[in-house]
Design a protein around this ligand. Sequence first.
Ligand SMILES: [Zn+2]
Length: 397
Amino acid sequence: MSDLLLKNIRPLGTDATDVLIRNGVIAEIGRIGAADGVAVEDGGNAILWPGLIDAHTHLDKTTWGMDWHENDREAVLRSRIDFERENRIAIGIDPHRQSMRHAIGLAAHGASHIRSHVDIDPTHGLRLVEGVQETREKLRGIIDIEIVAFPQSGVMVMPGTFELLDKALASGCEVLGGIDPCGIDRDPKGQLDALFALAVKHGVGIDIHLHEPGELGAFTMELIFERVRANGMQGKFAISHAFALGMNDHLRVGRLIDEIAELDIAILTTGAPSATVPSVKRLREAGIRVGAGCDGIRDTWGPWGQPDMIDRATVIGMRNGFRSDTDLRLALELVSQGGADAMQLEGYGVGLGCKADFTLLDGQTVAHAVVNRAPRPLVVKGGRVVARGGTCIVEMP
Ligand SMILES: [Zn+2]
C-alpha cells in the first residue's frame, strides 16, 4: 500500500497541519516535508473529518438512476411493505446494480461505512442479500458495508422467513434485523423470542426497526429490555427509529431512556420529519450511543433522500431544532462518530494510529461545512483516494 502525505488540512476544524498516512493508518500529524515515494495531496485548508457513516439504510431498495418511479399510493406501512415485495423485481430494482449506485453515491459524498438492512422474505429468499453481498465484494477498499438480515414483511406472519434469516446469518450477514413485533407481526413475544434465539445461536447483535408509536412502542421496548437482560445482550442491541421515544410524556420517555442507557442499547435515528422522533440531545446526555442513517432513498416507499450523510445531518438538525454552531457540529458527529459508536467500529477517528478513512469538508468552520453541503474535495479510504470533488473513482453502473 502506498503512503500518502496530505498537506494543509484542519483536523476536526482546528489549525491547519499535515497528515502522513502509512499502511492505511494515520502515522504522523504536524508539519511534514515531502519524502521520496510518498504521494502528496494539498488539502487546500479544508476540514479533515473522519469518514461519514450511514448506520441505517437500505441498499437493496433505491430506484436511483432509474426512470422516475410514479407513486400515488396510500402511505400505509403495511401496504408499502406489500407493494414493494410484490413489485420490486418487475419494476426493475436489481439489488446488485441498485446497491452499487447507492453505495457509490455515499462514498462519493465522504462515507466510509454503511450498515444496510436488506429484505429477506419467502418471495425473494436470499436473492436481495446476495445482490448486496456482490456489491460489498466489488466495493471492498472503497466503502465498508455491514449487512443486517431484515425480515421487513414480518417473521411470524410470513412462514419460512425464520429459516431464511437463519441461512442469511450463516452466509455472512453480520447483524439480525426485526420489525414492529406488535404492529407487523401482531405477536411481540413470538417475534422477539425467535429473534433472540437466532442471535444467540449465531453470536450476532440485533438491530430492530421500531416504528411503533407511543405506548405500543414503549411496551415493545420493555419486552426487549427483559430479553436483552435475560440473554446477556447488553451492548449488542440497537433500536432503529424508536419513534416511541418521541412521544409527549416526558416521565415515561425518561424511564425508557434510563433503561436503554443501562443496557447499552444503541439508537439509530433518521430524523423522520413525518413521525415522532427521539431527541438526540436527550439520548446523548443519558450516555446512549446514537447513530444516524439515510434510511431508504428514492424508493417505492417515498421520493425523498440523497446518498449523502451531510444531507441527512441537515434533516436531523432541522427536526431536532438545531440552530447554533455547537448543534450543527453535533449533527455532523451523529453521522460520523455516532455511527461508529453504534456500529462499534475499531480504529475510527482522525488521531494518530486511526485508520485512514476520512473526508475533507469545504467550509470556514465545521458548522459552515454542514450547511454548505459542498462537494467533498477528497475522500480517503484505507489511505487511498477514493473520491474527488464529489466523484467516486468507481463509476456507477
Ligand atoms: Zn429502515
